[in-house]
Design a binder for this molecule. Structure first.
Ligand code: G
Ligand code: G
Ligand code: MN
Ligand code: NA
Length: 255
C-alpha cells in the first residue's frame, strides 16, 4: 500500500513533528500542561494531520515506531520546557499512547529508559489511552497502568464517554485523570448533555479523579464547565495545538 510505504519512509526520514496544545486550570486560567499531538511534515503535501495516517499506522503496526519516537521527543521537549520554569511549578506533558504500543511487552522498560535519558520528573508525564486498550487486553492494561503508577507516571482515560463500557474500566483500572470527550462539550447547550457532564464530574470527584474537558470552543462552554466545578480544560478557545516554541511561549518565563 502506497501510504504504508510513505509512512515507513517518514519514520526513516524523521518527518514527524509534535505540536502542543495547552491544558488550563479553568478557575485560575493558568496553563498546567500541554498535550503533544503528532503531525507529519510531508515533503509534498505539507502538514498532514493524524486522522490521515494514524489508522494506517495502527493497521500496519507502524504506530509503535511512531509512538516510541513521540514519547521520546515529548519528554525531550518537556526537559526544554522545564529548563525555563520554576522548579516548584512544573507543567506536565500528556502523550497519546496507541493500544498496540501500550501493550508491547517492553513498553514499560522503554518508558523507564526515556525518563532516564531525558531526566524528566515522572509525575510530569501523563500517558493518555483510550478504552480500546482495555478491550484488547484488560488484565495486561491493568498491570501496565500499575507499573506506570509504580514509577510515578500518571495516566488518563481519553475520549471518556464515547466507548462501550467506560464505567467498568474506571472501576477496574487505576487512572489518575479522565478526559471528557469533546462531543459532550459541543452539546453543552442541551440540557441532556449538561446533565451527563454534571454526572461525569460527580463521578470523578467521588472516585478522586482529575478531569479535563476537551474541545472547549466557546466562552459559554468554558463558563459552564467552570461553574460546574470542572478542574481543567482544553480546546481551540483556550489554545490551539502549536509548534513547540510558540506553544511554550504562552507560559510565563521564570526569573
Ligand atoms: O491532532 P488531532 O486532533 O488531529 O488528533 C487526532 C487524533 O489523533 C486524536 O484522537 C489523537 O489522540 C490522535 N493522536 C494525536 N497525536 C498522537 C500520537 O502522538 N499518538 C497517537 N497514538 N495518537 C495521536
Ligand atoms: O483524541 P484526542 O483527545 O487525543 O484528540 C485530541 C484532538 O482534539 C487533537 O486532534 C486536537 O487537534 C483536537 N482538538 C483540540 N481542541 C479542539 C477543539 O476545541 N475542537 C475540536 N473540534 N477539536 C479539538
Ligand atoms: Mn488525547
Ligand atoms: Na480525547
Amino acid at each position: 500500500m502506497a501510504l504504508e510505504r510513505e509512512i515507513r519512509e517518514a519514520i526513516r526520514e524523521k518527518q514527524f513533528v509534535l505540536h502542543y496544545q495547552p491544558i488550563l486550570d479553568l478557575t485560575s486560567r493558568e496553563i498546567k500542561g500541554f498535550e503533544a499531538l503528532v503531525r507529519w511534515k510531508h515533503p509534498e503535501r505539507g502538514l498532514v494531520l493524524p486522522y490521515e495516517f494514524i489508522p494506517t499506522a495502527e493497521e500496519t503496526g507502524l504506530i509503535v515506531f511512531i509512538g516510541d519516537w513521540v514519547l521520546h521527543e515529548a519528554c525531550q521537549a518537556m526537559a526544554r520546557l522545564h529548563a525555563r520554569c520554576r522548579s516548584d511549578d512544573l507543567p506536565f506533558i500528556a502523550v497519546n499512547i496507541a493500544p498496540q504500543q501500550f501493550l508491547q511487552s517492553d513498553f514499560v522498560a522503554y518508558l523507564r529508559k526515556v525518563i532516564e535519558d531525558t531526566g524528566v520528573p515522572p509525575h510530569c508525564l501523563k500517558l493518555e489511552v483510550t478504552e480500546g486498550v482495555a478491550i484488547l487486553d484488560a488484565d495486561r492494561t491493568r498491570r501496565v497502568l500499575e507499573e506506570c503508577r509504580g514509577i510515578g507516571v500518571r495516566t488518563g482515560l481519553d475520549d471518556f464517554g464515547t466507548g462501550y463500557s467506560s464505567l467498568s474500566y474506571l472501576h477496574s483500572l487505576p487512572f489518575d485523570t479522565i478526559k471528557i470527550d469533546r462531543s459532550f462539550i459541543a452539546a453543552l447547550d442541551q440540557p441532556k448533555s449538561r446533565k451527563i457532564v454534571h454526572t461525569i464530574l460527580d463521578l470523578a470527584i467521588n472516585l478522586d479523579l482529575n478531569v479535563v474537558a476537551e474541545g472547549i470552543e466557546t466562552t459559554d462552554q468554558q463558563a459552564a464547565l467552570t461553574a460546574m466545578g470542572c478542574d481543567m480544560g482544553q480546546g481551540f478557545h483556550l489554545g490551539l495545538p502549536l509548534e513547540e516554541k510558540t506553544a511554550f511561549s504562552m507560559l510565563p518565563q521564570a526569573e
